[in-house]
Design a protein around this ligand. Structure first.
Ligand code: SAM
Length: 452
């Protein structure tokens, strides 16, 4: 990984050259296409070896640092921020008026023709699209003619397009109101319905309830979730690798708490034939999950899956499960509410039950992770604040959360054991980050206080 302290222009340029050669050479040796902005190029960077992936991360980090140093200290404060604000605005315009689908894929269109097709003002259309052309989204093969690039073509992709649409239309206005929301509701509020989303849309509903009453947003969000669960950094396959599922006794029950359609438990069930899965979620989701027409669980696994309506704020009906598994749930909630979700689980646990959390593990400071990985994690952290007053957590924050969730409950649970649970607390037993995953697997159970 590129040393986050390197500032020497030549050293950075050398990293760029070395890694560029490594990547180009690898792609050529595998007869894979070279990166291009051309609309006929590949939609996504092809899957490569972990070494080439690491070279890509170094190249991006070095090139970005080189760019920033060459630009000077004022640029990030002035032009960079200026560009970001208006790029997002232009993306919003592009989605609002369905421009990507109306630019021909194999030919070009003039500004007046596209404007007349969509009842837009040709001059404003040109202003907006030319802003995006600077970042390789649409281009003009000759003056006045609009054509797609690889990126603008992807705006019509079900997953990437929905992601970009959600950022521009649904997140950008909310992000702009975070500070206003803090002023309005007060700093450090824990309630998930006193966040910037609530301030922006003047609603008391929490994020998911609000999406329920806005089908277009819900649709975009659910497409993003599906798309992200296929993205290599968040792929379901990592679930099977981060915890010793095979070490659970035959017939063990794993409760996938707020497991949506049960997609994350598929790799667990697939690789561990002795495990039964109970997927819990809200009624509408469970209806879809159960329905063979919409189920995502392969038919041969269905006999080992049970789908149950259950709100995680209520007492947990499955007692003494081997594992209570929560993927991407804690990061939706502030500490106060995350504890309200964890405590019913602790009350249902037996002494050897575990809670397995799968979420981001934030680095303890900045610069410890590859630049782009850290950027993704920090931006997600702020997105959580904007949506529900929540956050991503580092190891100390996870430890603190977990031990508070167990306070006062451990003694009752161990009442029938010889040592009465003396000196035990709910704590972290292990943390693993599967290679290539931005989510870590945090194993929680009863541990000796002295070892926590
Ligand atoms: C970010 S998704 C995570 C889904 C799944 N665990 C995954 O990793 O893909 C959050 C899930 O929490 C569910 N949810 C929201 N509020 C809930 C509640 N009170 N009780 C149970 N599930 C809830 C949503 O329906 C959604 O399926």
């Amino acid at each position: 990984m590129l040393d986050s302290k390197v500032e020497d222009l030549e050293a950075l340029a050398e990293t760029c050259l070395e890694t560029a050669k490594q990547i180009k050479g690898y792609l050529a040796s595998k007869k894979l296409p070279q990166p291009t902005f051309d609309q006929n190029g590949p939609e996504f960077f092809p899957p490569v070896t972990p070494e080439v992936d690491a070279a890509r991360l170094d190249l991006r980090a070095a090139a970005k640092r080189l760019y920033d140093l060459a630009a000077g200290p004022d640029d990030v404060l002035t032009w960079h921020s200026y560009h970001c604000a208006h790029d997002l605005n232009a993306f919003r315009y592009v989605h609002r008026y369905n421009i990507p689908a109306n630019v021909p894929l194999k030919s070009t269109i003039t500004y007046p023709d596209l404007a007349s097709k969509l009842s837009l003002d040709p001059s404003q259309l040109k202003q907006m699209l030319r802003q995006l052309m600077a970042i390789h989204v649409f281009h003009e093969p000759s003056p006045g003619l609009i054509a797609h690039t690889a990126s603008s073509r992807l705006l019509t992709h079900w997953g990437v397009g929905s992601f970009n649409h959600f950022i521009a239309e649904d997140s950008f206005p909310v992000a702009a109101r975070v500070v206003d929301a803090l002023d309005h509701f007060g700093h450090g509020r824990q309630e998930p319905n006193k966040a910037a989303l609530n301030y922006t849309f003047n609603t008391d509903k929490v994020q998911y309830e609000w999406y329920e009453s806005n089908p277009a947003v819900r649709e975009r969000f659910s497409k993003i979730m599906t798309f992200m669960s296929k993205a290599p950094v968040m792929a379901n396959e990592h679930v099977a690798k981060g915890f010793d599922w095979a070490g659970l006794p035959e017939g063990s029950v794993v409760v996938d708490v707020a497991g949506n359609m049960g997609h994350c438990s598929i790799p667990i069930a697939e690789t561990n034939p002795g495990i039964r899965i109970v997927v819990q979620d809200l009624p509408k989701i469970i209806n879809n999950a159960k329905d063979p027409a919409t189920s995502v669980v392969p038919e041969h696994l269905r006999p080992r899956f049970e789908f149950v309506e259950h709100s995680f704020f209520e007492p947990q009906p499955v007692k003494g499960a081997a594992v209570y598994f929560l993927r991407m749930i804690m990061h939706d909630y502030s500490d106060e509410y995350a504890i309200k979700i964890l405590r019913p689980l602790v009350q249902a646990m037996s002494p050897d039950s575990r809670i397995v959390l799968m979420d981001q593990l934030m680095p303890s400071t900045v610069g410890l992770l590859p630049y782009d990985v850290e950027r993704m994690m920090r931006t997600t952290d702020l997105q959580m604040m904007a949506l529900t007053n929540a956050k991503e957590r580092d190891e100390d924050e996870w430890k603190d959360l977990v031990s508070r969730a167990g306070e006062g409950l451990v003694e009752q649970l161990f009442a029938r054991t010889e040592d009465k649970g003396r000196g035990k607390i709910l704590g972290i037993k292990n943390i693993q980050t599967p290679p290539g995953s931005t989510l870590s697997v945090i194993e929680v159970g009863f541990v000796d206080q002295t070892k926590a």
